[in-house]
Design a protein around this ligand. Structure first.
Ligand code: SF4
Length: 505
């Protein structure tokens, strides 16, 4: 029996995975029995290469994915378990990873995860101790045996990319983050749910053009129906967009005698065909609860002629007005034209640009490693009575100025220079330190009341100086929680924070 890793690299077949959404309840409940029956039927289907099980999808508490995954694994089918950072800190994630490795779950889809949305009266505290990049780094280190005193795990690490964003400041940072995930050890990529063939093509081309085309890319196919389309259209799932035109189409077909079943299955089969035609390694089917529907999609997809996907791609164009595309449109195919990267118009000023420029200069002046000011700072804080805090007056100046200028929360391991002087602790609901999560909506955070995504703002600030493509060139940031409540200035001068440690590498 081939493992998923072997299939991804050695098989010539176009692969199929199916998503199994966990349930709220224990294994004996009616919903769990339904999910287990569905899983059992999928196990019997030789064309299903793996089954993925979600981890508290949508931020809702559910049965742990390994409970549903075990019978699938024991039946000999490859399982991909989703592992997210929203409910566990890094110790909890490591502990869970050891458990998964011990039980034989070697395929993991590492994600930041959705902000807790419901369950327990929506009172849960989100964790986000690390993000998806931090998690991928951790799993890679586990695969390498940490510090050689530990056994090596065997995780095949998957990651997700969100390629259907609206604005330039969302699209490009998503691509940069994708590169970061691969740099940290992601071995296969699945894209977010979306319905635009030009963006599907663009992702394929972007990976090919940026030296990461060898990483297997799986296309997400969500099987819609009229109800699901309405749900997504109302922005109920962060990062998933159903445009008015697509909603209209779904409602129209949903009114047919079979509630549009055959139409929606064919629609899904066409998406899978487009992915195959574009050179993706496989398709990942979601939104299904019925093994016959899975079989039907595969059957329909097989019946298409080799070039049919090209005409399907012309139909599957549900982008939004003013949507940014990395490549210009090819007039004939209506897909991306790899020879023409889109112009990204320059701006002279954006909100906060004065503070950004001033902060950058000041930071450079005071904290450049090896400079006279940095040596003076290190001497001053190390001679103070508490080198974790530095001299009292200096600490007071730091707290007041950073609190007023950046809404600093005194985490002690400062990421301001990594995010164009925007604080992830106070202005990012998920404390993302390695690029944006996939949840932003038209540039705003998925969590109400937060406002524009800091990564979009950071991108726009860097763009003022033509530095936008360097947004994530720094080493992966894994925040040091031991430094909370200590002086970030002292930590930088004395080489305790992530930035000073990275500068020495
Ligand atoms: S020290 Fe931490 S909380 Fe304060 S500005 Fe920097 S990242 Fe934000």
């Amino acid at each position: 029996m081939q493992t998923l890793r072997e299939k991804l690299h050695e098989s010539k077949e176009f692969l199929f995975g199916v998503e199994l959404v966990s349930i709220r309840g224990s294994m004996g409940t009616a919903n769990a029995v339904k999910a287990r029956t569905f899983a059992g039927q999928l196990v019997e289907n030789p064309r299903v290469d793996w089954i993925s099980v979600t981890d508290n999808a949508g931020g809702n508490p559910q049965l742990a994915p390994q409970a549903l995954g075990r019978p699938i694994l024991y039946a000999g089918k490859e399982v991909v378990l989703h592992l997210t950072c929203k409910d566990l800190n890094r110790n909890g994630l490591e502990s869970k990873a050891w458990l998964l490795n011990s039980e034989g779950f070697h395929n993991v889809l590492a994600m930041t995860g959705d902000h807790p949305a419901s369950g327990n009266e929506r009172m849960a505290k989100p964790v986000f101790d690390i993000d998806s990049v931090g998690l991928i780094c951790m799993l890679s280190k586990m695969n390498a045996g940490f510090d050689e005193r530990h056994e090596k795990t065997q995780f095949c690490i998957g990651a997700v990319t969100t390629n259907y964003k609206l604005l330039e400041g969302e699209v490009v940072p998503q691509y940069l983050k994708l590169r970061k995930k691969i740099e940290c050890g992601a071995e296969f990529i699945i894209n977010q749910v979306g319905f635009d063939a030009r963006k599907m093509h663009e992702l394929r081309l972007y990976m090919d053009d940026h030296g990461i085309g060898h990483i297997p890319l799986i296309g997400n196919v969500y099987v819609l129906n009229a109800r699901a389309a309405r749900f997504y259209h109302e922005n109920r799932v962060p990062g998933v967009v159903v445009t008015p035109a697509l909603l209209e189409l779904c409602v129209k077909h949903g009114a047919s005698p079979d509630k549009g079943r055959e139409f929606f299955l064919e629609f899904a089969a066409k998406q899978a065909a487009i992915y195959r035609g574009l050179g993706y390694r496989g398709a990942y089917l979601g939104g299904l609860h019925d093994a016959n529907a899975v079989r039907r999609i595969m059957e329909l997809e097989r019946q298409f002629a080799a070039d049919d996907w090209k005409s399907f791609a012309k139909e599957l164009r549900f982008s939004r007005p003013g949507e940014f595309f990395y490549y210009e449109e090819d007039r004939e195919s209506r897909l991306a034209d790899r020879t023409r990267v889109a112009q990204r118009p320059k701006r002279r000023t954006v909100s906060g640009s004065l503070l950004y420029r001033l902060s950058r200069r000041t930071h450079h002046f005071i904290f450049t490693p090896g400079s006279g000011r940095a040596r003076w700072g290190a001497r001053t804080v190390s001679r103070s009575s508490d080198p974790l805090q530095g001299p009292l007056v200096m600490r007071a100046v730091e707290r007041v100025s950073k609190s007023l200028l950046y809404r600093c929360k005194d985490c002690g391991d400062c990421s301001l220079p990594d995010i164009a002087f925007l604080c992830p602790e106070s202005q990012c609901a998920k404390n993302q330190r390695n690029g944006p999560c996939g949840g932003s909506r038209e540039g705003s955070c998925e969590v109400e009341g937060i406002g524009p995504c800091i990564w979009l703002r950071a991108y726009e600030r860097l763009k003022l100086d033509g530095m936008e493509d360097k947004l994530l060139t720094h080493a992966p940031v894994v925040q040091d929680q031991r430094l909370r409540g200590t002086s970030s200035w002292a930590n930088n001068w004395l080489g305790r924070d992530h930035a000073s440690k990275d500068s020495k590498k």
